[in-house]
Design a protein around this ligand. Structure first.
Ligand SMILES: Cc1ncc(COP(=O)(O)O)c(C=O)c1O
Length: 468
């Protein structure tokens, strides 16, 4: 038997949650239009496949970045040898410009405050490693991205204390739920080092209001703790002006001279969601604290972005005209996908939380639960995974405080697959509830003829009694 370290062997990383188990189930029987039309449809993966055609045509028109050449000459050797943990300067410059574009050019970012990491996963872990000692706590609004248990806690030894948000007020962050979480951490003997929010939110698909951001800034300022804003979904906001970055809020004259607070605010960024490139592993920390930037830069050695990826994306991101076009297209395609899902679910009598961003909806299935419990939520989840053949994520995997909510992704499949997924949900609901529906009638007819047949078999002789 191999003995692994206690840290490696620990079980509190959340990898065993239904969120990840659903992916495993999907892998066993993945849907395919032709090869496996009865297979499972993956709706538990926050991937964005809506704009690959645009990226592919850019690559076809701009062959240099992907072929290790610059002005017609090979730069293969430079890239092969490059290993500087500060990153390629032209990439960092293009990246911060892109970050500004996503925020309506209302904020400018300084490349010297940017630390490149292999995705937001690595950015989040590195930041927590820099800010918290083992046993210290971060406050996170619930429901939150299931990967955070792994990313924030596993190797750093930090703890997460939930800020319990609830559907009755649209999951708002309030002074009282912040204070409650802070006091709960203290009661557990945990020193609070910061608050971490995702804006826009995964799994809610909503953005924080200016009031909420102000509240958060006031709170962290009063308590002298950090604020981390994971803005990985910044480019998925599909309603014009719905998103405000915490860095924009900090420019308000109320805070603009508060150096101490400014240095306690950090954001996390990535190209995994808006550009749909999770496989390229591109993320970043942006921090106003030079000590954090310096420590995180050294630590980024554990998860660098390869030089050819940086080179390729420097070419893409610095094509400002293309990127502007891309951002607009991405938003409008996400918007129409989102409304397709919302209206499709509505036809099946299912409501979603109002949302304006993200690659998913937060869907209310409370009326399908056998009881208002998390056990019933998992029971329903299993039914949906195994019988309806849709992998969606139960709210409990996101630490939701109320049973019956599910996260349903809409941007990782084709229009036709989304139509089929909604047909499956509708059929399921019809059969389960709606006796007047076409399917329920057909089912009832089947049941009637079956019982007639059984009755006939059990009836001695060929005289069938009149049906009543
Ligand atoms: C809020 C949030 N942060 C971080 C990540 C990790 O992203 P990356 O692929 O850039 O590591 C995800 C991915 O789903 C996410 O939803």
């Amino acid at each position: 038997m191999t003995m692994i370290s206690s840290l490696a062997g620990t079980n509190n990383h959340g990898q065993d949650s239904s969120y990840f188990l659903g992916w495993e189930e999907y892998e066993k029987n993945p849907y395919h239009e032709i090869d496996n039309p009865d297979g499972m449809i993956q709706m538990g993966l926050a991937e964005n496949q809506l704009c690959f055609d645009l990226l592919e045509s850019w690559l076809a028109n701009n062959p240099e970045p992907a072929s290790f050449t610059k002005n017609g000459k090979s730069c293969f050797r430079d890239l092969a040898l490059f290993q500087d943990y500060h990153g390629l300067p032209e990439f960092k410059k293009a990246f911060v410009n892109y970050m500004s574009m996503l925020r309506g050019n209302k904020v400018t970012f300084d490349p010297s405050k940017l630390v490149l990491t292999a995705g937001a996963t690595s950015a989040n872990e590195t930041l927590i490693f820099c800010l918290a000692n083992p046993g210290e706590a971060l406050l996170l609004p619930t429901p939150y991205y299931p990967g955070f248990d792994r990313d924030l806690k596993w190797r750093t030894g930090a703890e997460i204390v939930p800020i319990k948000c609830s559907s009755y007020n649209g999951y708002k962050i309030t002074k009282s739920n912040l204070e409650e979480a802070y006091n709960s951490a203290q009661r557990q003997g945990l020193k609070v080092k910061g608050v971490l929010v995702t804006n826009p939110s995964n799994p809610l698909g909503t953005t924080l209001t200016k009031e909420e951001i102000t509240l958060l800034l006031t709170f962290v300022s009063t308590k002298s703790i950090h604020l981390i804003s994971d803005e990985i979904y910044a480019g998925t906001v599909f309603t014009g002006s719905g998103f405000m970055s915490v860095m924009e809020a900090l420019m308000d004259k109320k805070w603009a001279n508060n150096k101490e607070l400014i240095e306690r605010v950090h954001i996390v960024s990535s190209l995994s969601k808006d550009l749909g490139l999770p496989g390229f592993r591109v993320g970043a920390i942006y921090s106003n604290d030079p000590l954090v930037v310096s420590a995180a830069t050294k630590m980024s050695s554990f998860g660098l972005i390869s030089a050819q990826t940086q080179y390729l994306l420097a070419g893409l991101l610095s094509d400002v005209k293309f990127m502007n076009y891309y951002i607009g297209q991405n938003q409008s395609r996400l918007k129409s996908r989102h409304s397709k899902l919302v209206s499709g679910l509505k036809k099946a009598g299912i409501n979603c939380l109002d949302s304006n961003s993200g690659l998913f909806c937060w869907v209310d299935l409370k009326h399908l639960l056998n009881a208002p419990t998390f056990e019933a939520e998992i029971e329903l989840w299993k039914e949906i995974v195994y019988n309806v053949k849709l992998n969606i994520s139960p709210g409990s995997s996101c630490h939701s405080a109320e049973p019956g909510w599910f996260r349903v992704c809409f941007a990782n499949m084709s229009d036709d697959t989304l139509d089929l997924a909604m047909q499956r949900i509708k059929d399921y609901i019809d059969v389960k509830f709606n006796k007047n529906s076409h399917h329920a009638k057909r089912n009832a007819r089947r049941m009637r003829s079956l019982s007639k047949w059984v009755f006939r078999l059990s009836f001695d002789g060929d005289k069938v009694p009149e049906e009543r």
